[in-house]
Design a binder for this molecule. Structure first.
Ligand code: CLF
Ligand code: SF4
Length: 297
């Protein structure tokens, strides 16, 4: 049994374009059904897509779960290489559990071959691992930027947790605790977990990154995606704080090298939109007229 589980895992890695560079012939679609968010990252501007997984500075038009399933169906018809359906915003999918689960369920009902994929900040993850596994999610991304509450408190303004708005260290501690719990539970449930880390120079590079890579490795993460902060003062990057420039190529490479001592690094991330569709190297957006007319209700 162990052997067949391993084979299944390999197959799930090899057919997901984010998990394997060699899977570039497969396409993914993001369905933008999740508007709300339960934390405030300082590098996020709420007018745009979630910057934990996706490129900041673009706005995806929200869909209802029914519209999203319809879009999937229409795109799949003319894109047989479509292999992954991801929910990655524009806010946090698990802060919108009903829409996220209804969409995933709807997709799974019409196509049992496609991989279901979710990207989250992890705040609500422990309580939802069972529901995600239940609808057949095998690929999950958690954005974890630091293990240190002090560092994290520079990256987040607040977290809305257990019906309370937490701030500062308290918010950071709650978030990290939930991320760590959720990561372990998800890996134990057989979900292939990728961790994204948004590299913010001077804040979460260096030592804290090495500790993070070690910890996520021990909790069962499969892949680590250290992604650059894309900062543009025009987008209000670093909400409430001074503008911080993103890392240059050397800084990014150095960080990946540090984290790479413990975790396999993903280096081909495209920082997709919350409504991206296509292969990673030839992206289209679902906001394009052509796709929109194909899913007009
Ligand atoms: Fe989407 Fe993310 Fe799933 Fe991929 S994207 S939810 S894991 S199907 Fe991929 Fe795009 Fe990078 Fe994300 S290239 S932003 S890592
Ligand atoms: Fe923005 Fe995403 Fe952070 Fe929420 S989790 S504040 S949507 S970057």
């Amino acid at each position: 049994r162990k052997h067949s589980e391993m084979r299944m895992k390999d197959q799930r890695v090899q057919t997901h374009p984010c998990y394997s560079k060699d899977a570039h012939k497969y396409a993914r679609i993001h369905l933008p059904v999740a508007p709300a968010c339960n934390i405030q990252c300082n590098y996020c501007n709420r007018k745009f897509d979630c910057s934990n997984e996706t490129r900041p500075g673009v706005v995806s038009k929200l869909l209802s779960p029914a519209e999203a399933v319809h879009r999937f169906q229409a795109v799949k018809k003319r894109m047989p290489e479509l292999k992954v359906v991801g929910i990655a915003g524009p806010g946090d999918p698990l802060a919108n559990p009903n829409a996220t689960l209804a969409t995933l369920k709807g997709v799974a009902e019409i196509d049992d071959d496609v991989h279901l994929c979710v990207s989250t900040n992890g705040l609500n993850l422990p309580e939802q691992v069972d529901a995600l596994a239940g609808v057949g999610v095998h690929h999950l991304t958690i954005t974890i930027n630091s293990l240190s509450a002090k560092t994290a408190s520079e990256l987040y303004s607040w977290a809305y947790f257990n019906n309370q708005r937490l701030r500062g260290i308290e918010a950071a501690e709650a978030l990290i605790e939930q991320q760590m719990k959720g990561l372990k539970l998800a890996s134990e449930a057989g979900i292939l977990v990728k961790v994204n880390t948004v590299l913010v120079p001077g804040i979460n590079d260096g030592e804290s990154l090495s500790a993070l890579a070690k910890e996520i490795q021990s909790r069962g993460a499969l892949l680590h995606n250290v992604m650059p902060l894309i900062s543009d003062p025009a987008h209000g990057t670093f909400f409430g704080l001074n503008h911080i420039p993103g890392p240059d190529k050397e800084q990014l490479e150095a960080a990946r090298k540090v984290a790479g001592m413990d975790m396999q690094q993903m280096t081909h991330c495209q920082q997709c939109r919350a409504d991206a569709v296509g292969k990673l190297d030839s992206d289209q957006s679902c906001a394009s007229k052509e796709l929109d007319s194909s899913v007009a209700t």
